[in-house]
Design a binder for this molecule. Sequence first.
Ligand code: NDP
Length: 451
Amino acid sequence: MTNGVRNEVDIFMRGLIRRNPGEKEFHQAVREVVETLMPYVNEHRKYKDAQILERMTEPDRIIIFRVSWEDDKGNIRANRAWRVQFNNSIGPYKGGLRFHPSVTQSVLKFLGFEQVFKNSLTGLPMGGAKGGSNFNPKGKSEREVMRFCQSLMVELHRHIGEDTDVPAGDIGVGAREISYLFGFYKRLENRFTGILTGKGLAFGGSLVRTEATGYGCVYFCENMLKHRGDSLQGKTCLVSGSGNVAIYTVEKATQLGSKVLTMSDSGGFIHDPDGIDAEKLAFVKDLKEVRRGRIAEYTTKYPRASFHEKKRPWNVPGDIAFPCATQNELDLQDAEQLLANGVQAVCEGANMPTELDAVHALVDGKVLFGPAKAANAGGVAVSGLEQSQNALRLSWSREEVDLRLRTIMKDIHEKCISHGENGDGYVNYVRGANIAGFVKVADAMLAYGVV
Ligand code: NDP
């Protein structure tokens, strides 16, 4: 970055921080985008004259509401929920719902902002949004989770619709929560229609949606390696998280010939030097998806593996890192450790898992770096396919959806290359994804005039 560009980015960010005080996750996500977009916008005056960057960093609207519910002991509880409808220039709003005590308006604004670019990259007609609540599903009974979901839908149903806004899952919102939410929407509106994605197969869900984010992330990594004349065969992989994205990242990486050494949760990580094969992953699926247990239990079943309490897996030597847990889980020190251990690729399954200075270090170190907007777009892409199937009132086969997912991930990779190839043959996927995602949305905004 030249000094002139740095200066312009700093001025832009000062304004954004003044308008959005205290929202550090949102500031971080915008800075990452603006650093790479500023030179492009300067070269294309039409975007600058129309103040597109200023307009794209302001959400269309934010809905904030209280969710009151009763716990099993009869106590009245109150949580806060949001829906951030960020930008619908290229299609109805689309983006997940997150239930986690760390959810704030800043977190949802960063996620909604990223979603605008990600959805554009998929090539499908989807705008960007995100929502959720500071409700903590951990330790709650099934009926408490159900009552919370129903109470949340009492307000949310007014703001969503198949042509308006179609939410999906995210951290803390899986098949169980989507089912409770969908069932209650149906009751409130007396309409059976695709207003949520990630639904059960019996009521409008799509095959491969559960696996899509993890599988897509591995397909993206495969494309990055292939562009360098390499493959996943024989590679060692480090995965963080043990939720939806992590589980299916491990599954696909293993199917494509890699050995996955680690998984984690907020309690720490497990390291299995023999690799987490299909049988061991079936144990993790049951542990996390059915019994809702802790990853530490893996070592009781597989004693050759070790558990590292409250630690992250990035100091284990490996060829490829897939951060798949949460934001800011890989910092500069971790990036330096990965570089020292000769990592070849870092592919983001989670949203913004890598801190900005760690991204800079990995890109400067010429590591293949797949940013979340591109690498984890497979989930929302198959959500888009679920919407198409709902609109057509039919279901595609597993093979058909998987093939479409593979094709979408390949296309995203090509779009990143067309805007991210450096003169020296290195592809800066961060720049590539930001510009490719930006152009389509910005051109639509220009076409609409001042709205
Ligand atoms: P899940 O709730 O299924 O799993 C989240 C995993 O991350 C769990 O293992 C959880 O551990 C761990 N985790 C969560 N918060 C923290 C934390 N603060 N510190 C350490 N570990 C943590 O969520 P998903 O797998 O759906 O989502 C993971 C990431 O992928 C998120 O960034 C999400 O936005 C992103 N993503 C998800 C998509 C999807 O389709 N689901 C689509 C695109 C992106 P624990 O159980 O201990 O909390």
